[in-house]
Design a protein around this ligand. Sequence first.
Ligand SMILES: Nc1nc2c(ncn2[C@@H]2O[C@H](COP(=O)(O)OP(=O)(O)OP(=O)(O)O)[C@@H](O)[C@H]2O)c(=O)[nH]1
Ligand SMILES: [Mg+2]
Length: 449
Amino acid sequence: MLFDTIVGISTKLGESAINVVRISGDESLLITNKILKGINLTKVSTHSIHYGHVFDGDKMIDEVMISVFLSPKSFTTEDTVEISCHGGFLIANEIIRLLLKNGARLAMNGEFTKRAYLNGRIDLTKAESIMDMISAKTLTQLQLANQQLRGDIATLVRALQDELLEIIAQIEVNIDYPEYDDVVELTQRMIEPKVQNLIKKMEKILIEANTGIIVRDGVQTVIVGKPNVGKSSLLNSLLKEEKAIVTEISGTTRDLIEADLNLNGILLKLIDTAGIRETVDVVEKIGIERTKKAIENAQLVLLVLDHSELLTELDKELLEITKNKTRILVGNKMDLGHKIDLENETIIPISAKNKLGLDLLENEVKKRFIDSTLIDNQEVILSNTRHISKLDEAKSNLEDALVATTKLLPVDMIEIDLRNAWHNLGEITGEIASDTLINTLFSKFCLGK
Ligand SMILES: Nc1nc2c(ncn2[C@@H]2O[C@H](COP(=O)(O)OP(=O)(O)OP(=O)(O)O)[C@@H](O)[C@H]2O)c(=O)[nH]1
Ligand SMILES: [Mg+2]
């Protein structure tokens, strides 16, 4: 495939030791040559690094190192040059300006990776994993992204596709040799268990993907409770920093306070809230409204109660408001006593102030949201919602096929469902992908990637 030559910055502009400017395309050597003195890149071997100087006419811009990767042995499979220049806001921009002046075009978001995909170097799941790696905040997120980059997801999907193809081939053979009257029935009896088996496999992958989604996207968690019960103290102890103001005055927290917490590999997107109570204070009222909204949007509610007191009316109200949410009841201030009267529901006693019981709370969160054995055993887990929804569609296609077999519909009708399933699986790896999908997907990448 022929593409124009693109340029982008691969590092973040700012005060740093170096920045890397990347150029990819048929003309990258020629264009880069025009801004360099002391070296001719068309004469160098692949995977080599060179010392040189960037010039704007007679004016020297920077002393640089230039890495050269010749086609097809580069990330994009095109001739690629990487200029490592000094850091800062100015130099890389000047180099890019010079390259543009000499015939390169500014790369769009994700365009280098898009080329790697379009040129057949990586499949879509690998391309997407690169984005996940960059945005990973926990080692478990990185573990899943790495599985994807290694091609484990693609392998898993292709295995399902192969099984499907086998069934389709079998049908084709039978359609081609319809000598026997009972061929339809025979074929259907033959495909049914195979399709069922495939559906079962997909179901298992989809269930395990719940863990994957949580690992990849985190859990939207809100800390709620009556004023002064210790919500902000809990946030601070979990984060191990004094993020929120804690005082003995009720109504200290007025607005939502957000923070990310890496809880042994699960990212909790924590929100500390204003304590809910009746109030005439306008600002506090707005805060309480926000608390209610945050509860609605949360995947997990940590409802903080006072372990040293009997339940109050406010506590009961909060128990009612959150009863349909996934919630964990936290009994704070256990250091002051154990008077709380709550039946039929587990409550985790802690002391936020003295940092007691937090490990129990952490374990409970983990238990509710992820299957740790999957992660510990490094099983291949789907985590990308696009992959999951495509697999889900493929599963529905197979379910349709199954219904068709039980109704003894003609086998070529069943084959259509099977082919649709195969098609949907192909969209995961990008073997089959529309331009719109490709364009939206890569536009989410950062510049220079
Ligand atoms: N004894 C004891 N006191 C605690 C504990 N946790 C918090 N406190 C105290 O309870 C008071 C209120 O704590 P905060 O964390 O500000 O409570 P809050 O729920 O955020 O309060 P608002 O923001 O006003 O709704 C402070 O004086 C804390 O020091 C605990 O485990 N034991
Ligand atoms: Mg508070």
